[in-house]
Every structure is written in structure tokens, then in C-alpha cells.
Design a protein around this ligand. Structure first.
Ligand code: PEP
Ligand code: MN
Length: 342
């Protein structure tokens, strides 16, 4: 349930209400709004809590949260969450672009691509060091060495590093190098992993599982939020359907649908969503038109030589052209300026 505090409730009153909620065996999440503070009281429903809380002087009202995802829901917080890391800003009208190779391959590769995507307007650098590959015989990533190369590329460009962590055992190590932790589509329902990243101070980018429903996606985010980490970005990266002309099917209705249900920012990954480089630029423009808060894009200096996902990777040149188009779409729709230069 949501405990709506009175407008003039002081910090001491809020803390008193938090203690009362905790004494009931519930978890209290304080959500500070521009108008007033609300406290989401989460836990198993028993009897009488609502009545007890309503009777407190400093409490305006108590309303149940109907959605299964509680803290992620717009019922708990209507204002959009803005996630920031270095110059990367996602949500609340800001469109942040995260670009880079599928995998980190060498220092030259990652530094070169970082410089190029920055020049075209990206503020985040992607690159996998730990790669979840379908086949155990495929390139598995450079692991910690890859993380070190990402840190060198950040040093050179100032871009925020976004990289995947695959297991709770690696969270501390990856968090030492990354600015944003990525949870891969295959791990969207790895609950111990979601809890482990929820304990860090870093923003978490969660990719939708290819067979996950939107409620399951939001409940994955809820696992992170429940640990007290509020900096969560949702990423639509395509789902598995009967259709085989693209690698996955990219449902862009996810963006406005999620915006109705959650305050968390929603970004789109047309690289994995289509699997075909020529389809990526038009789907970027469509995602901006649909209201996305950002893009996650694979860009490689020489896609034909990429160690993973070359077929869906853009060249730096096409990436730069795509950014120009996206900017025009954003402007045409009256959206706030993209963090993307022309
Ligand atoms: C990736 O971003 O390179 C990746 C492995 O994506 P996904 O988890 O969406 O398959
Ligand atoms: Mn990839």
C-alpha cells in the first residue's frame, strides 16, 4: 500500500511512520515527490495495518497498490525516474544513447569505437567483457581484461561504461570497472543476480527476456528496486515469436505501454531486436517516435570482422547518420533535445 504523508510532514514524522511500518513487518520505501512524500509499505498482507496507519496524524491517506510490481508502478510514483551516470542521462525527457561493440575485442578496437560514437553524440559506451553465448564454443569475451580495456576507453573519452554482469560472483569485480551494470536477456529472471546488483550503488540496465511478459519484466525490475537501488533502466530488445525473418521480433508498443505503468525509463535495442544492420536505423527512428528514453546500439569499426554479432552491428559512419535522423525525429515530435550532437 501507499502511505501518502500530509504536505507539511517533517522528516521526523516521515521517519516515525517508517518505523511504524517496519514494526508491522513491512518494508518501507520512501519516495520523495515534488509535492509530497509517499511511503510504499510492501510485504505480506495481514490485518489492520491500513487502519492503524490511516489513524496517524501525519498521514493523509493510505491507498492499496493494485499492480503486482509495487515500487516500479506509477501508482507508487508518477514522476519519471531519471537515471544519470557521467554525461549519460536517460528518462524524464532525456534521450541517452549507449553505443559500442557487442564484445570488447582489443584496446585499439574499443578506444577507436568509443571515440567515434562519442563524436556522433553517444554518451554511453557499451561493450561485453563477459558474453552469454548460445554455444559454449563461441567467443566468451575477454573477461576481466575486457573490463580493463573498457576503463581505458572511458579514460580516453569520458563515456559512461555499460557492461554485462552474468553472475552474482562477479558483481563486485564488474562494479569496479563499470558505470552501469547490464543484466542480459537470458538472466532477466536470475533472481539472486538481480538482488546482488540491487545492493550496488550503480544504475542497472535490465534487458527483457525474449519470452518474458511485461509483468515478468517489471517484476524483475522490482527485485532490484526492493534492494533499495532505484536507478533502473528497462530495455526492450525483442522477443521470440513464430516469425523468423528477423533475429527477434521488436515490439515497440512496449515503450508507450511501459510509460503508462512505470516511472522507470525505457530504452530500445534495435540491434538485437532485429539482428540485421540495415533494419537498425529505421527502427531507431521508430523507437524515438514511440517515445523511447534511449537507444542501445551495436557499432563496430569493421562489422565483417566482429567476434560477435557483426551482422547487426552498424559502422561508425551509419551510426553517425542514424543519430542525425534520430535527432530530427526527436525535434519534429517536440521532444526535449537529445543528448546527441548533429
Ligand atoms: C548484448 O547486449 O550484447 C546481449 C548479449 O544482449 P541480450 O542479453 O539482449 O541478448
Ligand atoms: Mn550482442
Amino acid at each position: 500500500m501507499i502511505v501518502v504523508m500530509k504536505r507539511d510532514a517533517t522528516d521526523a514524522m516521515i521517519q516515525k511512520t517508517v518505523r511504524r511500518i517496519e514494526q508491522m513487518g513491512l518494508k518501507a520505501h520512501i519516495i520523495v515527490g515534488t509535492e509530497r512524500t509517499v511511503i510504499a509499505a510492501i510485504g505480506e498482507k495481514r490485518n489492520g495495518e491500513r487502519e492503524t496507519l490511516v489513524s496517524c496524524d501525519e498521514v493523509e491517506k493510505v491507498v492499496p497498490i493494485l499492480a503486482p510490481y509495487k515500487v516500479a508502478s506509477t501508482e507508487a510514483k508518477a514522476e519519471p525516474t531519471v537515471v544519470r551516470s557521467r554525461d549519460l542521462v536517460i528518462g524524464g525527457g532525456h534521450i541517452g544513447v549507449i553505443a559500442g561493440p557487442c564484445s570488447v575485442e582489443s584496446e585499439e578496437q574499443i578506444v577507436e569505437i568509443a571515440e567515434q560514437v562519442k563524436l556522433a553524440g553517444a554518451t554511453g559506451l557499451r561493450g561485453g567483457a563477459f558474453k552469454p553465448r548460445t554455444s559454449p564454443y563461441s567467443f566468451q569475451g575477454l573477461k576481466e581484461q575486457g573490463l580493463k580495456l573498457l576503463a581505458i576507453a572511458r579514460e580516453a573519452t569520458g563515456l559512461a561504461v555499460v557492461t554485462e554482469v552474468m553472475t552474482p560472483a562477479h558483481v563486485e569485480m564488474v562494479a569496479n570497472y563499470a558505470d552501469v551494470l547490464q543484466i542480459g536477456a537470458r538472466n532477466m529472471q536470475n533472481y539472486p543476480l538481480l538482488q546482488a546488483v540491487g545492493e550496488t550503488e550503480l544504475p542497472i540496465l535490465i534487458k527483457r527476456g525474449p519470452s518474458a511478459t511485461i509483468d515478468e519484466f517489471l517484476l524483475a525490475a522490482e527485485y532490484v528496486l526492493d534492494q533499495g537501488n532505484r536507478q533502473v533502466i528497462l530495455c526492450e530488445r525483442g522477443i521470440r515469436t513464430f516469425e523468423a525473418h528477423t533475429r527477434f521480433t521488436l515490439p515497440l508498443a512496449t515503450v508507450p505501454y511501459l510509460h503508462e505503468r512505470t516511472h522507470l525509463p525505457v530504452i530500445v535495442d534495435p540491434s538485437h531486436g532485429t539482428g540485421i544492420a540495415s533494419l537498425v536505423p529505421p527502427m531507431c527512428a521508430a523507437a524515438i517516435a514511440a517515445g523511447t528514453d534511449g537507444l542501445l546500439l551495436e557499432v563496430h569499426p569493421d562489422p565483417s570482422r566482429a567476434l560477435s554479432d557483426g551482422a547487426q552491428s552498424l559502422t561508425p559512419q551509419v551510426f553517425a547518420e542514424t543519430m542525425v535522423t534520430c535527432r530530427k525525429v526527436a525535434e519534429a515530435l517536440g521532444r526535449a533535445p537529445m543528448d546527441v550532437s548533429a
